[in-house]
Design a protein around this ligand. Structure first.
Ligand code: SF4
Length: 427
């Protein structure tokens, strides 16, 4: 095991040092970090009460995870009442198998952004079943063409310069597309529009789910998720069970807090889905599939979340609403972005990696952290990530893994661009 850990650690270290030599990439990340902090501050200035709302949301989410099984049961009952087909997947493998059965082979699939789909390796799996899968969020579309992994929860393609994007799009279009953001967005819009209406299946995640009605909330700015969840005849939702909150009002509260902490005063679109499209306009006969999908499948994923819930320290990580705020405060993220080699990034990502992916990988990531505490300060859910990192390190040390504080080395060698609060400086 120690040997495997060392191989993993050395591979990871080589990868991040390679990234650090890419000055263009680091410049792009830094611009993105600064821009995002400015946007978040603007959103806080415009809606100062959001910090109070975040405190309320934390209480609601904490109570929900303490009674998670009960809320999962309630969600399933209410979704089934609303004519959705619901599956509970214990593991990533179960989720892939269920989705694989629904989808089959030789289908065209359009997808909107979903970290949960990323967590279970859904694209790769569906491709091995001979399906054609298209990411439709612009950032994810770029990442897919570049054959890379997302680098941020909210902005997956940060760090890819527009010249590189123009190169990727020109290759796909078989014509020259200039590196102008307007032209690039126009090409993606035209290319993907055709896919939405040809697609057999749309796959999305969920930002939050209201248990009392089984309603799925999806937040976005681009409008792609509306096409994905509406144009194809079948819609599949894959969502972690921690996305559940008790009521519609709680879900809306989460959307508000999530948006402001993600740096948006308000997202352009919030979709609420409570079942397949239907009409009763012809002699009161209920027909499914009026204009939207005739079938909606929901896969509620556990994959380690119940285990996380049982742990007195790591449990808090389930409160994460994936606003990405902590990443833009993290001194290591601003150097290497999403090059952690895991689906989930930053300190909070290390904890998630332990439960949903691979504990060994989590131990490697735990040593990327500087324990500066900025993530804890900015987090709307006040998740004490530094304490969880210390717990991960304790576990790693107990298993004989060598302690190498790579985060501190990075910051020392490559600069520390922000001041951090001494009061949270665990060492
Ligand atoms: S840990 Fe907190 S700040 Fe980071 S993504 Fe989750 S909710 Fe947002």
């Amino acid at each position: 095991m120690v040997e495997k850990y060392n191989v993993l650690f050395n591979k990871y270290q080589r990868k991040i040092y390679r990234v650090l030599r890419d000055t263009l990439f680091r410049e792009a990340i830094w611009r993105s970090v600064i821009g995002s902090r400015i946007n978040r501050e603007k959103a806080f200035r415009k809606y100062p009460h959001v910090k109070k709302l975040a405190e309320r949301l934390r209480d609601i989410r904490y109570n929900t995870i303490l009674n998670l099984q009960e809320y999962v049961k309630m969600t399933i009952e209410n979704m089934e009442d609303a004519n959705m087909h619901v599956y509970f997947a214990k593991t990533a493998q179960d989720a892939r198998r269920i989705i694989g059965k629904i989808v089959g082979s030789n289908k065209i699939i359009v997808k909107s952004k979903s970290m949960t789909a990323e967590e279970i390796g859904l694209n790769e799996y569906l491709t091995t079943l001979q399906n054609e899968v298209w990411e439709t969020d612009l950032g994810e579309f770029i990442i897919q063409l570049a054959n890379r992994k997302p680098m941020h929860l909210v902005e997956p393609a940060i760090g890819i310069p527009k010249e590189k994007i123009a190169e990727l799009f020109s290759k796909l279009a078989k014509r020259e597309i200039p590196p102008s953001p307007t032209e690039l967005a126009k090409f993606a819009r035209e290319f993907l529009r055709e896919k939405y209406f040809k697609a057999d299946i749309g796959i999305s995640g969920a930002n939050v789910i209201a248990a009392e009605t089984g309603t799925i909330f999806i937040v976005e700015n681009e409008g792609n998720a509306r096409f994905v969840t509406n144009a194809p005849p079948i819609h599949i939702v894959v969502a972690g069970i921690e996305k559940i909150v008790p009521t519609l009002q709680d879900a809306m509260l989460q959307i508000e807090v999530l948006s402001r902490y993600a740096g948006y005063t308000m997202p352009s679109y919030i979709s609420l889905i409570s079942g397949p499209s239907k009409t009763g306009d012809i002699e009161k006969n209920i027909i499914y599939g009026a204009h939207g999908p005739r079938e909606v499948y929901v896969i509620l994923l556990d994959n380690g979340r119940s285990e996380m819930m049982k742990h007195p320290i790591f449990r808090e990580a389930l409160l994460c609403i994936r606003c990405g705020s902590c990443l833009y405060e993290c001194p290591v993220f601003e150097q290497i972005a999403g090059f952690y080699g895991s689906t989930y990034f930053g300190g909070i990502g290390a904890v998630w990696t332990k439960f949903v992916l691979d504990p060994l990988h989590a131990y490697v990531l735990a040593y990327s952290c500087t324990l500066c505490g900025r993530c804890h300060e900015i987090c709307p859910m006040k998740i004490d990530t530094p304490s969880m990192i210390l717990e991960l390190r304790k576990e790693a040390a107990e298993q004989g893994f060598i302690l190498r504080k790579i985060g501190r080395i990075l910051v020392r060698e490559y600069g520390f661009n922000i001041n951090y609060s001494e009061k949270n400086n665990h060492s």
